[in-house]
Ligand binder design. Sequence first.
Ligand SMILES: Nc1nc2c(ncn2[C@@H]2O[C@H](COP(=O)(O)OP(=O)(O)O)[C@@H](O)[C@H]2O)c(=O)[nH]1
Ligand SMILES: [Mg+2]
Ligand SMILES: [Zn+2]
Length: 308
Amino acid sequence: MEKGVVLKSTGSRYRVLYGEGKIINCSIKGKLRIKEFRTTNPIAVGDNILFEIDRKTNSGIITEVLDRRNWILRKASNLSKHSQILAANIDQVFLMITIILPETPVEFIDRFLISAEAYRVPAKIIINKTDLYGEDELAKMEYLESIYNKIGYECIRLSLKELTNLEVLRDLMKGKTSLISGNSGVGKTTLLNAFNPLLNLKTAEISDYHKQGKHITTFPEMHQLPFGAFVIDTPGIKGFGVVDMERNEIYHFFREIFGKSKECRFNNCLHLDEPGCAVRSAVEKGEIAFLRYKSYLNIMDGDNGKYR
Ligand SMILES: Nc1nc2c(ncn2[C@@H]2O[C@H](COP(=O)(O)OP(=O)(O)O)[C@@H](O)[C@H]2O)c(=O)[nH]1
Ligand SMILES: [Mg+2]
Ligand SMILES: [Zn+2]
């Protein structure tokens, strides 16, 4: 019996890291079912597993998935009630955004952050492609930084073209398992290549017509970086949805709105147009960013799915 960690899962095949840097392809033994998980994939990237080596085929057979410290789900599809485990056992999540080429919608940021909040995984924001920014973009970047720093989300400026601030990220990632998310084209794969040129992963050229990145790979994959870090790239995933978030608890995951909600007149206040709503008056006074409140309203409107 060997112990390993799942680097990649493509349907029924798993790439597993074990021992001192050895890699083996595994499949699942018979009907391995993980109790309490009604998901379309029983095993996810980041899972710690036990397996047996089949000497004849030099492949592995997974016999057990060890307890997960945490996990992040996404809906298998918009129509499906089932969800998929995107990754397990993560220490932190990074959302990579860009101000231009492509422009990350602000609401996308907030959807990501409330999901991270719901899964209780610390989140940070990487602002990439700073080399492309002119006056307007720099102003917008500073504006976003001021909003997110104020509520406790660290923002890291990055240019993968000029390789600025790479060491800041390296220090944050060292010794941890991080998941990187972000709309396609922002530079997630470029970041992994910058950390470990041996990976030589395929990056996408931004389409001039659509100002959007192309999707190349579709399975999340965990990479081991030379400075002792694991990073999970989530290509083609437009964010992760929180499954089963009740409408009346959405505000719990907007930190500053939740903090302020304790001062609302009614304890079932949804901060829409109730009298005596402390959240609304904080927005009017500028204590809570209007941008964040707008994201909250949009999500309350049920305009979900678009970025999930
Ligand atoms: N100018 C500039 N281009 C970048 C930077 N980072 C990545 N790119 C380019 O953006 C495109 C998309 O990058 P990619 O890593 O494939 O994005 P992903 O979809 O998030 O994995 C590629 O053409 C990269 O060369 C950067 O910091 N500055
Ligand atoms: Mg990519
Ligand atoms: Zn209220």
